[in-house]
Each structure stands twice: as C-alpha cells, then as structure tokens.
Design a protein around this ligand. Structure first.
Ligand code: SME
Length: 147
C-alpha cells in the first residue's frame, strides 16, 4: 500500500515533467498511457474522449479496444454518467460491462473534467481480480489533473 503510494508520487513527478514541454494532447496522452501501463504492468491502459453521446477511443497501450461506447453503458459510460471514478474489482459482477478483451478481470475508470463536465476518461484494465483500490484512485485522479 505504502509502496504503491510512493510509486504514484514518483509517477506524478514523471508525468508532470513529461507534459511540461509539450502541448499536443495526443502526444501527451500517448506517452502518459505508456508511462502508467509499463509502471504497473497493466493489461490495457488508455483514454476515451467524449464525442457527442458516445465515447471514442483515444491513445492507449494494450490489445485492440472498442472504439465507441455509448453514454451510460459499460464501466466507461457509467463513470461518465455518474461523473465519478468507478473501481470494479470483478468485471463479471458489473452489470453491462463491455468486454473489449476477455482477459480483463478488474478495471478502474477515472473521468477527466473541464469546467465541471467530463470531456475524457482514463480507463485501466487488469488481468487479475481486485487490482485497483483507493490508492490507485487518488494517484490516478491527481495525475489526470495534469492533462
Ligand atoms: N470495459 C470497458 C470498455 C473499455 S475496454 O475495457 C478498453 C467498459 O465496460 O466500459
């Protein structure tokens, strides 16, 4: 737990440095997804953007993913509708979970806000059950504020 907190503190500093010299959103999100993905060895780490009534896939690391997710659907669409981070310890127990990959067992979705509205999301999948907790939530919510 303490170790993971320290890892997030280091990642925050790395992310800040990474984003400081570049203002291109796609380049920054591509590198940020890589930074997080390889730091923890996640299964899938990436971004979705709000596009009308659906989310559209953005930069990611990992296997192929669903390109569009409707508002309110799946974990991603639900986090958008509820405007809050969702931690799913077991995706099979989440009604309406969208299985982009059958390997995924647990998931966290962190909405990213601008003027109080969700404009993007960070979505991370793990191949193990119960990977994500409040330390991940706090660490990731802080990192996405840099975007
Ligand atoms: N599982 C997500 C869909 C996105 S993929 O995991 C990359 C969901 O239920 O919204």
């Amino acid at each position: 737990m303490e170790e993971k907190k320290q890892q997030y503190e280091l990642l925050y500093k790395q992310a800040k440095a990474l984003l400081a010299d570049e203002d291109n959103l796609i380049a920054n999100l591509a590198n940020l997804s890589s930074l997080l993905h390889f730091a923890f060895g996640f299964w899938w780490t990436g971004f979705y953007f709000v596009d009308g009534e659906r989310l559209v896939l953005g930069p990611f690391q990992g296997p192929l993913a669903c390109t569009r997710i409707p508002y309110g659907k799946g974990v991603c669409g639900s986090a958008w509708a509820q405007k809050k981070t969702l931690i799913v310890p077991d995706v099979e127990q989440f009604p309406g979970h969208i299985a982009c990959s059958s390997e995924s067992r647990s998931e966290i979705v962190v909405p990213i806000f601008r003027n109080g509205e969700v404009w993007a999301e960070l979505d991370i999948d793990s191949r193990e059950l119960g990977t994500f907790d409040e330390v991940d939530q706090a660490g990731l919510e802080k990192i996405v504020e840099l975007i």
